[in-house]
Design a protein around this ligand. Sequence first.
Ligand code: BGC
Length: 732
Amino acid sequence: MVSVPLGLLLLAVVSGLGNSYDLRGSKAHESPEERAWAVLKKMTLDEKIQLMQGVKGKYIGNVRGISRLNIPDIRMHDGPQGFRVTKTTGPEGSSTCWPSALSVAATWDSNPDGLMFQWADAMAQEFKGKGANVMLGPGVGIARVPTAGRNFEYLCGEEPTIGAKLVAPMIKGIHKNGIMGCIKHWVNNEIETDRMQVSANVTERTRFELYYPPFEAAVQAGVLTAMCSYNRIGGEHACQNPKTLNEIHQQLGYKGFIMSDWGATHSTVQSINSGLDQELPVAEHFSNDNVDKAINDGEVNPEQIDDAALRILSSLFKSGLVDTPVVGDTHAVVTSPEHTALARTLAAEATVLLKNEGAVLPIVPESDFPPNVSRRGILVVGDADTFTGTGSGRVIPEHYVTPTEGIRNAIKDMGLSDTVPVTYLPAGISGRANFDDIERAAAIQAAKEAGLVVVVVATSSGEGHDRPTLSLGALQDSLVTDMLKAAGSGSESAKVCVSVNAPGAVLLPWASQVPALLLQWLPGQEWGNALADVLFGKVNPSARLHVTMPNKDNEVAFTSKQFPGIPNLGQEFPTADYSENLFIGYRYYEAMEISPVFSFGHGLSFSHFTYGKLTVEREGGSFQVHTTVTNNGKSAGKETAQLYVRFPTPSEQGARYPASVGAAPPRALKAFVKTSVLKPGEMTKVTFNIDANRDMSVYDSPSHQWAHVGGSFVFEVGASSVDIRAKVTVNP
Ligand code: BGC
């Protein structure tokens, strides 16, 4: 007898040879839904329930497949910043610690094959290499509360349009690798304080206009899994909330399955009947006993179980995972020099140049690598630890590059190691209280002698806690001012650049005194190299603020009813009223005429760009707005062009709003375009697409529909929310 090696046999099954065809339950040319139906018909009730149950396993989330029907195991893993190595998926350092999602989002690069796509593609390769077939991300929550602990894990900043435009190339990049992304957390999971209990009270209009668009864009991009959140909405837990779970399917058109956040399932009957498909990490409410009982008691219709199993099965077919299962190895080393290089590019491209008075930056050897710097060297002071956030999104790399290492690497690459000394001093912010004063005094002395002082200040955040303050703290703030003073008081003034590393909005009380100011957003393992790339001009910054930089804590004047929420009479859980409705972030600043320290959309380049006239083309109900962008500076660079829409005021002649809407929505970003690299003098055409069904409409709650608004709209195009270069009035 000829023995057939198991590997070949498996290959035959996987590749559709022999009777494996029948085993899959349907023919490959049928639609994924038809194939899912065909498989469902062959399944027992227990097998269907099995698909709804998380079990313990090697990955963060594990669901057993149905091997007799060739339905693969579902292996889920965190998260939005890269593959989070755990004890069972080691070795430590085997995956790339990418910049945070908020970092990469600061690139505003929504191009189909741009940075978001490249990042998602590379990250998905690592998940696949580790054998995971679901990436528990992207996260698309909105930075409603500036201090919220998980803002760094999300793509949106304050603006749903950013999340909506960036999520599509991300989903495409993940799917390219034959694994599934998971959009999270559905929904209104904007704070960490009391996150398991708090109820978000949000009007239907606000949900649809402000919080749903990034999820809707992910649905349109074909996302196949979604995670419901820990919090309540309108008093009901997200994972058993009939309203919001219905809205994602019925109104946003989502066809994939919904898994619970880890431990966010609170019932059997109500959860299943509301549309929760999977309980993670392990089935308690969805145990066989509980589900069988619910069916036998007539509280759950077996069709609900069929629906859940069908949504899971059709996602598996659509993703290609049934035909091409992922065969990775939990212990594989999936990071690579290519991914490290991409992590560096992403972090550098996400660095926002907030200020550059007197063109302090870039420091380039051929022009002004100042004799000053060569002779007197570079001093780096401050934080050397804060490259990432904490919680389920944390990835520990084998090594991360500190700012000093990055600067030393750059100096070495320039062949200047022998001539330009680079010194690092913790400067009293290392946390070792007894040494603070001595360290600070040493740093002050060194700053008087250095040619260039790079001051690094940082703060982080993480899952489970909101930041107590947006402040960097007195020690770090005084470090900046001490360094500015010392650098100016030596025998020759030193150049000073302050580099801030933050998980979102941060207070910069000394900003007006600082000549050169850079902002990074928990940039991951390539932190220092990326910083050096910008400092020395290898990368010309083009990132933009997606959050407003405030003058003080709680400048948006939230009452405790809004954040973190207070208990209502007779309720055992706190309620956070979203009574600001649409007026979060820059929308609030504009409405209240408050000037922040740096406005939404702001970010400088080493070059400068001019904008041409606007021309508008109407296409059905939508508009294309064209302009040109010309690089009028001396260095090559990219521009991030932005279009804001101003709605007509309801009292204005010709304005038409549904009766439910009394006031115009705030002016808001509706489109943006990241150009390719433009050489000095080069011009490019830029087109913004405005979809009247969303961008010039409001959500009419009584009819549960979007409604067009009539009247004169103004399209404002520019380089930030406050740097508008051209306007045009249109009537839909
Ligand atoms: C987080 C999710 C994460 C899950 C699994 C939860 O605490 O909220 O975002 O995917 O844990 O680690």
